[in-house]
Design a protein around this ligand. Sequence first.
Ligand SMILES: Cc1cc2nc3c(=O)[nH]c(=O)nc-3n(C[C@H](O)[C@H](O)[C@H](O)COP(=O)(O)OP(=O)(O)OC[C@H]3O[C@@H](n4cnc5c(N)ncnc54)[C@H](O)[C@@H]3O)c2cc1C
Length: 333
Amino acid sequence: MREVWVYAESEAGRLHPVVDELMGEGRRLADRLGGSLGAVLLSPHDSLAGELALWADRVYVTPDPRLDRYTDERHSQLLARLIEAYRPEIVLIGGTRRGKSLAPRAAARVGTGLIADCTSLKLDEDGLLLAALPTFGGRLLATIVCPNHRPQMATLVPGAFASGPKGAGGKIINYPWADPEAGTVKVLEQKPLPVDDRPLKGAEIVIAGGRGMGSRENFVLLEEVARLLGAAVGASRGAVDAGWTGPGQLIGQTGAIVRPQLYIACGISGATQHVVGMQRAEVVVAVDKDPKAPIFDLATYGIVGDCREFLLELKRRLPAPCSADEENQGKND
Ligand SMILES: Cc1cc2nc3c(=O)[nH]c(=O)nc-3n(C[C@H](O)[C@H](O)[C@H](O)COP(=O)(O)OP(=O)(O)OC[C@H]3O[C@@H](n4cnc5c(N)ncnc54)[C@H](O)[C@@H]3O)c2cc1C
């Protein structure tokens, strides 16, 4: 039976949201192949296996306490062993920061190729995976195949795929981690990066800043406006490279893909690599001092002007969010 596998990334006992999309795409490919869907869980939190079994026909789980802290070495070693033991046809991994680090290592260990950052997948008549991804700076859509090696492995851009139905009631298979290789990496401490409290994925409003924001101070102003609007904070590569916000806020070809109802772009020129991440927004408001900036080509409303002035004005006009006490008071009135 030809099997499509999904690597189920998890952290602190919770599945990464990208797993939802991988399962949807994995099921679609498995049905098309006439095969089954498998999920791989390398985590001591084996309660997640039950959750995965709602999607997958088989869940391969190694609930070893040594896997509590993720390392590329351990997880790629174990994923490669599982692949060699069960020989899946296709392996899908989320194009998250961790997935992008794990996938090439696992692929190299099993001697196969890796198709990175796919935004859509198809199968041809022979079960060959046709993976589409933007190339030449997003100007072309390339189709990449892996004809001579198995499994066919790919990382999928988070946000580009639809989630799938649950209800499979799959079988859970325990795979013990015998004889681990001596690792060279020891994790001493883990500290979460400061991230914006509203996740980009699923946000109804996104306000994003680019190089035109000019400074970290101005980016803080944008974050304040985001809180007033109840929006998630996004960024272009220009702002991330300047260090005004973290890579988790990046939108575009190498970042997140968002589909909000409202997208406000401040000081973002509209490079194709950015646009692929936000072009599905329902309404786009763009603020740029250059009237010829390409972002105006797709903006619903364009404001030619200084983004700091725009944000100060917006902040002045937006009502302050009411505190929990005020909200309760309102309910009691
Ligand atoms: C392989 C590859 C992948 C990439 N992936 C991504 C990606 O995922 N996401 C991404 O965003 N980029 C990506 N890039 C980079 C992308 O090509 C652009 O360089 C980047 O998006 C530019 O960021 P920006 O719009 O903030 O900066 P710029 O292009 O420099 O634009 C800044 C804009 O701000 C305006 N401006 C300046 N001052 C003000 C002001 N005071 N008020 C108002 N407007 C002002 C300017 O007129 C200009 O239009 C990628 C590039 C490559 C090659």
